[in-house]
Design a binder for this molecule. Structure first.
Ligand code: NI
Length: 174
């Protein structure tokens, strides 16, 4: 399986709206498997295609992983769409593989209903609550070029972006 490099913020790739997937075929399933492999390897609970520089509306997640990266319930969502969200909010301390070591409390709807295409290209609908709901909304945001730091004040966001720029410079220097 292929392991992709994860795009770090700030990067224009992460600010681009992704295109819908036209067909779930074997090539797409290989990409889904590779994204899961990349996500587990990076010890993340979710990964969206733009984070590996692919401009497609595709995300993977697993919010039931064991501590040692042991697989819980891997899930793939193609063309996900939020069709309903609760008025009741929930706050979660979010992080992102594209913004490593930075976390912030973000408020989002507690429950969402999401329509999507699954691994076999079948249309499904899921009602998600708790961490799954937060993770889905965070990853769907990625498909629209939105990062969790976009919900912070300009001041807080700029501090994180400045630190990320510095971190990227150091990574490149290695
Ligand atoms: Ni993220």
């Amino acid at each position: 399986m292929k392991k992709y490099d994860i795009v770090l913020a700030p990067d224009p790739i992460l600010k681009t709206k992704c295109d819908p997937i036209e067909r779930i075929d074997d090539e797409m399933r290989v990409l889904m498997d590779d994204m899961l492999h990349t996500m587990y390897d990076a010890e993340g609970i979710g990964l969206a295609a733009p984070q590996i520089a692919i401009n497609k509306r595709l995300l993977v997640l697993d919010v039931d992983q064991g501590k040692d990266g042991e697989r819980g319930k891997p899930m793939v969502f193609a063309n996900p769409e939020i069709v309903w969200s609760s008025e009741e909010p929930n706050i979660y301390n979010e992080g992102c593989l594209s913004i490593p070591t930075h976390y912030a409390e973000i408020e989002r709807p507690k429950i969402v209903r999401v329509r999507y295409l699954d691994y076999d290209g079948k249309q499904q609908e899921i009602e998600a609550d708790g961490l799954l709901a937060t993770c889905l909304q965070h990853e769907i945001d990625h498909l629209d070029g939105i990062l969790f730091i976009d919900y912070l004040s300009n001041l807080k966001r700029n501090i994180i972006i400045k630190k990320m720029k510095k971190m990227k410079k150091n990574v490149q220097a290695l």
